[in-house]
Design a protein. Structure first.
Length: 337
């Protein structure tokens, strides 16, 4: 696949309702996931699991991009094919997580700042040579009473903008992920406020750093109640609040918003996305960039057993198709049966 511009890459990833498979779990994170299915997290097992996802029938026509961890971008399949080439063969593009995780913010130690700008230019040049077409950087925004602080938002949005510019200079599309966490007892109104502040600061920073917005993808949280809030907003309210927040914060020339699932269930993350696409028409596409919400059923079906690979692929393919339908506003709950 040849692309003339960053805009072409971004538009390919979300073409015809396609979205992103987030398969960029770090080794400690995927080890925790494997622990839930009593499977050892060896390099071979990680390879086998990801290979079964990438070879699934449901990749084609439903998934436009796959975010990888460093190990996976360099890995070969059992038959010697590069895993990235399997992704290309399915019509999707390989991408790579480039941030280096979080550390406490000096001015507000209960909040975090994402690391990884040191050496990022060199790493991006290598990732591009390995076939990556896009990248991802996640900022982690805590909301709880006095959080997020202005210092936290400013530092993280500045880092996201610096990252995005470096990535574009290396001919890849940056995914900017300012995740306002669901964790906590906050109301949906609190989440709306924190998300609005984050997005406004982010796009001001992107503009200041002369980032090409047409060659950028936003990966935000949805506007929801806190995970432990006594009152949980329903699907319609989450969709309405999220769309309103985006409409008030985003420039028209952004190609796509690919939501993170952020701890939502498989069905909720699909239902919320579908409802947003049913209630509004926007200049940017609303799609998905899900990890657990795409993989959980497949992981459970596989359980580390080669004999279960077909069942795992079917589970993944179903979720990929459901989320494509949601990105088109064509999903119905009856399709889950």
């Amino acid at each position: 696949m040849n692309f003339e511009s960053l805009e072409d890459i971004a538009n390919h990833i979300v073409s015809e309702g396609k979205g992103i498979l987030a398969a960029d779990e770090s080794t400690p994170t995927i080890t925790k996931r494997f622990d839930t299915i009593d499977t050892e997290s060896t390099e071979e097992n990680r390879r086998d699991y990801r290979e079964l996802l990438f070879r699934a029938v449901g990749m084609k026509n439903n998934i436009g991009g796959v975010i990888l961890f460093d190990e996976t971008l360099r890995q070969e399949a059992k038959d010697g094919t590069m895993l990235s080439d399997i992704i290309y063969a399915q019509g999707a593009l390989p991408g790579i997580k480039v941030d280096k995780g979080i550390k406490p913010l000096d001015s507000s130690p209960d909040e975090n700042l994402t690391q990884g700008l040191d050496g990022l230019d060199e790493r991006c040049a290598e990732y591009f040579s390995l076939g990556a077409k896009f990248t991802k950087w996640r900022a982690v925004i805590k909301q709880d009473g006095s959080f997020p602080s202005d210092d936290c938002l400013k530092a993280n949005m500045e880092a996201l903008a610096e990252y995005a510019k470096i990535v574009q200079n290396n001919n890849m599309v940056p995914i900017v992920e300012p995740e306002v966490l669901m964790d906590g007892s906050h109301s949906i109104e609190d989440c709306y406020s924190a998300t609005s502040r984050a997005l406004e600061m982010l796009f001001n920073s992107l503009t200041d750093h002369e980032v090409n917005i047409k060659g950028t993808i936003l990966k935000p949280n949805m506007v929801t109640s806190g995970s432990t809030a006594s009152e949980q907003a329903n699907i319609s309210l989450v969709a309405e609040k999220t769309v309103k927040c985006l409409q008030n914060s985003l420039p028209d020339d952004l190609p796509a918003v690919t939501f993170l699932s952020g701890g939502q269930s498989d069905i909720d993350s699909t239902a919320h996305l579908d409802k947003m696409n049913k209630i509004s028409s926007n200049p940017w596409k609303l799609s998905f960039s899900y990890g657990r919400a795409l993989q959980q059923a497949a992981l459970k079906a596989w359980s580390g057993n080669v004999e279960n690979e077909t069942a795992a692929q079917e589970a993944f393919s179903h979720r990929a198709k459901m989320n494509k339908l949601a990105a088109l506003g064509e999903w119905e709950s009856s399709l889950e049966n």
